[in-house]
Design a protein around this ligand. Sequence first.
Ligand SMILES: [Zn+2]
Length: 79
Amino acid sequence: MFQISLPNIIVAYLFVTLAVLFGIWVGTDWKRKRREKRHRRFRLVCNICGVPYEDRSRDPIPPCPNCAALNERVSLRDL
Ligand SMILES: [Zn+2]
């Protein structure tokens, strides 16, 4: 019969546990980045008054709600 020692069982248990935790961590981080990227697509910062705002219309040059200046959509990057 196949025999395995107690230290090997403990090592295998720890390895599987760490692999599962690493998978959960990578999965949640990927979801968070995807959600932020989707959210950033609609975020704009006015070039005139600097107010950040959200515009979900398909207008390529949406007006600022604060000063009505037209702002071109540019992708906001991570800092
Ligand atoms: Zn503005």
